[in-house]
Design a protein around this ligand. Structure first.
Ligand code: PLP
Length: 273
């Protein structure tokens, strides 16, 4: 694997950042995960725009889109894969051993690995921990993902592949790496960005393409929803067949199946520029 690190491609064994990089010492960084199909990045412009929004939210200098596009093209060229997970990481750079960001620029890392298609259905759990919709990091895609790692480990212990968070007002928010949709009486609903969820790129497309409504939802909507599905860059639309102990039948409900068909038809396009 060839990885872009601060200005050039390196072999994975030789791809190094300083141990004093602020992204490592305090999680002062942001990232994007972009799907590539046959070497084409999907919706790259939307990802770069969100990278910039996250940078501004964290007080990092704006990433240079031309530089990132150049790095993305170089990494895709150097790592031919059919279906790929491209990760762009951008951090506060080299810094002293404290929380203050140093005056040492930023770090940019771009890596790509091959992935297989996600299953069409999955089980999820709900977790008691909350997303803080009023926190400084609400809605930013930062590298401070340890809370998601803990929640995902809990999901795996319970035979599920995703964990859903409430926010501090006990309203439905999002998964560790996905947005959540519920179907009630034939209508599709998803929590608004004000719930504290990430403004998912797949979520926005699902709202646009399926007419889903943004609705403030209680957590117990999951006990009564006719259908539940997740969206994310690597899932597109993934049906949920179990929430905690509740089995949903059929495994892929009709409204979810239609959303999946819409994505299968439209998400093959580059959606760029
Ligand atoms: N929510 C969180 C916390 C995420 O990390 C992600 C993606 O990784 C999403 C939602 C889905 O966003 P997208 O559709 O842009 O991949």
């Amino acid at each position: 694997m060839r990885i872009w690190v601060n200005g050039g491609l390196r072999d994975a064994d030789d791809a190094r950042l300083s141990v004093l990089d602020h992204g490592l010492t305090v999680g002062d960084g942001i990232f994007e995960t972009v799907r590539t199909s046959e070497g084409r990045p999907f919706a790259l412009t939307r990802h770069l725009d969100r990278l910039t929004r996250s940078a501004r939210g964290l007080g990092l200098p704006d990433p240079d889109h031309d530089e990132v596009r150049h790095a993305v093209a170089a990494v895709i060229d150097a790592n031919p894969v059919a279906l790929g997970r491209l990760r762009i990481t951008y951090t506060g750079g080299l810094s002293p051993l404290g929380s203050d960001r140093g005056d040492h620029g930023t770090s940019l890392v771009v890596a790509l690995d091959g992935v297989s298609r996600r299953p069409d259905t999955t089980a999820v759990i709900t977790v008691p921990w909350t997303r803080n919709e009023r926190g400084a990091l609400a809605g930013l895609k930062t590298t401070s993902y340890a809370e998601n790692v803990v929640a995902l480990a809990r999901a795996r212990e319970r035979g599920a592949s995703e964990a859903l968070f409430p926010n501090t007002a006990d309203r439905l928010c999002e998964g560790t790496g996905s947005n959540v949709f519920v179907v009630l009486g034939g209508r599709i609903h998803t929590p608004p960005v004000a719930s504290g969820c990430l403004a998912g790129i797949t979520r926005a497309l699902a709202v646009e393409w399926t007419g889903a409504e943004e609705t403030d939802l209680p957590m117990d909507v999951l006990a009564e929803a006719d259908e539940v599905f997740l969206t994310s860059t690597l899932r597109d639309v993934q049906a949920v067949h179990r929430v905690d102990d509740r089995e949903l039948t059929p495994e892929i409900g009709p409204v979810t199946a239609k959303a999946m068909r819409i994505f299968a038809e439209r998400a093959g396009d580059d959606l760029d520029p």
